[in-house]
Design a protein around this ligand. Structure first.
Ligand SMILES: [Fe+2]
Length: 268
């Protein structure tokens, strides 16, 4: 009986297919002749009719289901974006020198990933990870974050805890992407000289290799408490010089290409 739930819609469609007239015609003939042949015909016809009604109902329910899934996905995506923005804001409240840094890294990383042909879904994930990659800096004292001079070894060691702290804060949030791992690995270098795990080459996930390039390019292009902005040319020169040693050569090539094609870091 479930198939007849939406009678109005179903009968409208039947009308469109002229099945309604066929039903009336067959029933009229059946009443007139009451023949066995017609009873058989009616039986077959009704079977076919019920089949069509069930097909239409399935189509209708599938459409409804798809709409509901789309709606829920959009709502979930909006919640994730709001969560990410709130997390990003937490870092920037404590570290005003890096306001906009994470957003720009996310934007650049996504542009590089797009140039490399990554899927739409992975692009979204990498943008999100870029937007929160320095979350762990909330564990670093403000005096260190905004220190105008050179950092001591101890201070640098404290700064170096931020990928692990970021990972620990994010690891239980169920994002559709491995955001926590991307954050954990964003300071790893191709030759194993990075931190915190000293991962080498392809042991570092591709998203993190992209973030590493986007991070250094953005950081060198912007003003920092300990130095003025060095400019995009110097930043691109640095990644080119260290291509294959510190930074993934394909990622570097994609980054150089997009700047060549006119890409510019977004303003604050
Ligand atoms: Fe970082």
């Amino acid at each position: 009986m479930k198939a007849f739930k939406n009678k109005g819609l179903i009968w409208d469609n039947l009308y469109n297919f002229s099945l309604y007239y066929e039903v009336i015609g067959v029933l009229k003939n059946a009443i007139k002749y009451k023949s066995e042949y017609l009873e058989l015909t009616i039986g077959m016809f009704l079977e076919e009719l019920i089949g069509k009604v069930v097909d239409m109902q399935t189509m209708y329910e599938t459409e409804k289901f798809e709409e509901a899934v789309k709606e829920r996905t959009l709502r979930l995506q909006r919640s994730i974006e709001i969560t990410i923005q709130a997390i990003a804001a937490m870092v920037e409240v404590r570290d005003p020198y890096s306001v906009g840094h994470q957003k720009r890294v996310g934007d650049l990383a996504m542009a590089i990933a797009s140039q490399m042909g990554l899927s739409e879904l992975r692009l979204e994930g990498i943008k999100m990870a870029g937007s929160v990659h320095d979350l762990g800096k909330i564990h670093v004292p403000v005096e260190i974050l905004s220190k105008p001079g050179k950092l001591s070894q101890i201070e640098f060691d404290i700064i170096k805890t931020h990928p692990q702290v970021g990972f620990d804060l994010l690891k239980h949030i169920e994002f559709p992407w491995p955001i926590a791992q991307m954050v954990l690995q964003h300071h790893e270098m191709m030759d194993g000289s990075g931190y915190p795990q000293g991962l080498k080459g392809e042991k570092i996930m591709l998203e993190a290799r992209i973030l590493a390039v986007a991070d250094v390019v953005e950081a060198m292009s912007s003003h920092r408490p300990y130095r003025p902005a060095l400019g995009i040319e110097k930043a691109l020169g640095k990644i080119n010089k260290n291509k294959g040693r510190l930074y993934d050569h394909e990622v570097v090539d994609a980054c150089l290409k997009i700047f060549e094609q006119g890409y510019r870091l977004p303003e604050d």
